[in-house]
Design a protein around this ligand. Structure first.
Ligand SMILES: Nc1ncnc2c1ncn2[C@@H]1O[C@H](COP(=O)(O)OP(=O)(O)OP(=O)(O)O)[C@@H](O)[C@H]1O
Ligand SMILES: [Mg+2]
Length: 602
């Protein structure tokens, strides 16, 4: 009988053996346990042949472990008052060695194959979930914190694989062992079976009481650890703010408090869980003694053989152990089912609408954009844009101004199809956006967003992100236009310098220059600059502007900027206000009109 070394009735794994991720992982209870289990089993079905092997190996190891006490009993009976039956004893010993070897082989094989199946299954789920993330609309990520999604893919998946590999077969073999041991015990001696079962209620009661208490304590411990890690993470990521406002002492005090609570809770949890094993052992020993005494008396009166008593003692041991672990297994299986459910939740999320079957992928796009009566809200009942209509001709530079939070970036989100409008149509060259294939639409835009994001890799790789086939000369040309060439060359390895995703080794302005260069490399027909030069000094900004204007000839450009100087030369200026476009026209027209734009400049 395999024994994982778990504390009977305790939590699934002692906390020191659980990864940090698991400890901080959510402890949600499964909402639709049965459905989830059925779905998991359906996934298992892919490895039918391996599963049959696992079942066979489990039966082999269980039967072998059940045979051991019986053979031992027979071996004892070889010793008689008159002498020893050597041949029978030798044969039994050889058989015993064989059976023990079979038991070991069965256990090893079972674990190996189950581990392979479970890991493969979880690898598949994890892959499916990761692929799914790419198909989810951005609104999904607005609703779910990144940390939560990450913990689903990492720790929940890990939970599922651990439990799937260990507990499921253990549960199966435990049930098999209990059933087998009980049957043989009844067959050997019904009377002694009753004596052996006398301790079961006591063990069950101890297990139940202690495991309930320790599970609560472990959960509390995990919560405290979660709080502690939250504090550490926040302090690390906001380190500068903490220092700026001299809050180190307060942070330390908070830390000390949580750390202290964590310490006491951990001690309580460990002590409580640690109580069970010795207690169960003691009851088991008592039971053992009870069987030994009763068995001895019965043997003396010639009711049973001595060997039978020996076998019986063996079975009573085998009965106790799985009974204890079954309760523990149930709770860990429950936790894994909850984890699986969280993974399935991701898989069940509605995806972004797929490309229409007749989707177009034009080779060239002129870049004429029209919003027709477009309305949009990120959250229901909190309208951001209402009935917006606007038109930008191909090759025009359209500037968008408006107060913070007016919806300028939202217009860009809709144009690039990061979000879908709730009403109205957006057309590119007269064709509604949703009739383009997503890939071809992606090639229409070079975008510099308000918050720049890069990927870990060299500067060159990052600049080629939108067009990997760009030559190094082209990249350098774009970097020169964006005024980024100079500082890139001063980096330790120039264009081959590795930058991190956050590019924290660069200044904010440098990051913007890099993002502009990346957009220029992509050479898409429509350039979108959302506050692209807000962190750059005015001289550099002017230089970039002149360069991009030259480059922009024939391309449509959407320019969002707060500085009036930046947009003065735009062909058309749109003033975005409460839920829509309030004014539009050329700079001169708007100044003459003395409306919103004019008053913004005063
Ligand atoms: N992902 C989002 N989820 C929910 N609401 C959002 C989201 N993004 C923006 N909003 C809300 O939509 C409104 C418009 O935001 P938007 O980013 O378009 O403003 P903006 O005009 O670009 O402002 P700024 O000049 O500060 O960049 C704001 O009220 C904002 O709170
Ligand atoms: Mg914005």
């Amino acid at each position: 009988m395999a024994h994982s070394g778990r504390a009977a009735g305790g939590p699934p794994l002692p906390p020191q053996r659980r990864s940090l991720q698991q400890r901080f992982g959510p402890h949600a209870k499964a909402r639709n346990g049965r459905g989830t289990v059925r779905r998991l089993l359906a996934l298992y079905a892919r490895w039918k042949r391996e599963l049959i092997l696992v079942v066979g190996l489990t039966v082999l190891s269980t039967v072998a472990s059940l045979a051991v006490p019986y053979l031992l009993g027979l071996a004892v009976d070889c010793f008689r008052v008159g002498g020893v039956d050597r041949t029978a004893l030798a044969a039994l010993l050889v058989l015993l060695v064989g059976v023990i070897a079979a038991q070991w082989l069965g256990n090893w094989g079972r674990r190996r194959w189950m581990e392979i199946i479970s890991q493969r299954m979880v690898t598949q789920i994890r892959r499916d979930c990761f692929a799914k993330l790419g198909k989810l609309p951005l609104s999904y990520f607005d609703r779910h914190p990144h940390g939560d999604t990450m913990s689903r893919l990492v720790s929940d998946a890990d939970n599922v694989s651990t439990v799937a590999a260990e507990s499921v077969t253990q549960l199966f073999s435990s049930l098999l062992t209990v059933a087998g041991a009980l049957t043989i015990m009844v067959f050997l001696s019904p009377l002694l079976t009753l004596v052996a079962l006398a301790t079961v209620p006591v063990i069950a009661l101890c297990t139940r009481l202690i495991s309930q208490r320790s599970r609560t304590l472990y959960r509390r411990q995990a919560d405290e650890l979660g709080r502690l890690s939250g504090l550490v993470q926040e302090t690390l990521s906001n380190g500068r703010t903490v220092k700026l406002y001299h809050r180190q002492a307060e942070v330390l005090e908070q830390f000390d408090h949580i750390n202290e609570v964590l310490c006491t809770t951990s001690v309580k949890a460990q002590v409580c869980a640690g109580l069970l094993s010795p207690l169960v052992n003691m009851v088991n020993h008592l039971g053992f003694a009870l069987i030994a005494c009763t068995g001895g008396v019965l043997a003396l009166h010639g009711v049973v053989r001595i060997g039978l008593v020996v076998s019986f003692l063996g079975y009573s041991r085998q009965l106790g152990r799985p009974l204890n672990s079954i309760a523990a297994l149930f709770s860990s299986i429950q936790q894994a089912v909850a984890g699986a459910e969280r993974l399935f939740d991701i898989l069940d999320e509605p995806e972004m609408p797929a490309d229409a079957p007749e989707a177009v992928s034009p080779q060239t796009v002129r870049g004429e954009v029209a919003f027709e009566d477009v309305s949009f809200s990120y959250e229901p009942e909190k309208s951001v844009l209402e009935h917006v209509s606007l038109r930008v001709e191909a090759g025009e530079v359209a500037a968008f101004v408006g107060e913070t939070g007016a919806g300028k970036s939202t217009l860009i989100n809709l144009l690039t199809r990061a979000y879908e409008p709730s009403a109205g149509v957006i057309r590119l060259d007269g064709i509604p956006l949703e009739q383009y294939s997503r890939a071809s639409l992606g090639r229409c835009f070079s975008v510099v967003l308000q918050d720049t994001a890069f990927f870990r890799g060299t500067v060159l790789e990052n600049l080629r992100y939108a067009r990997p086939e760009a030559t190094k000369d082209e990249v350098m040309q774009a970097a020169k236009l964006a005024n980024a060439h100079g500082f890139i060359q001063r980096l330790p390895q120039g264009y081959d310098t590795i930058i991190s995703g956050a590019a924290e080794e660069l200044s904010q302005g440098q990051r913007q220059l890099l993002a502009i260069a990346r957009a220029l490399v992509s050479q898409a027909p429509i350039l979108i600059l959302d506050e692209a030069t807000s962190n750059v000094d005015t001289t550099t900004e002017r230089r970039i502007q002149q360069a991009t204007m030259r480059l922009l000839k024939g391309r449509t450009c959407f320019l969002i900027a707060h500085r009036p100087s930046t947009i003065r030369r735009a062909d058309r200026i749109f003033v975005v206000g409460k839920q829509g476009i309030m004014e539009s026209g050329t700079y001169d027209e708007l100044m003459k009109k003395r409306g919103v734009y004019w008053s913004m400049l005063q």
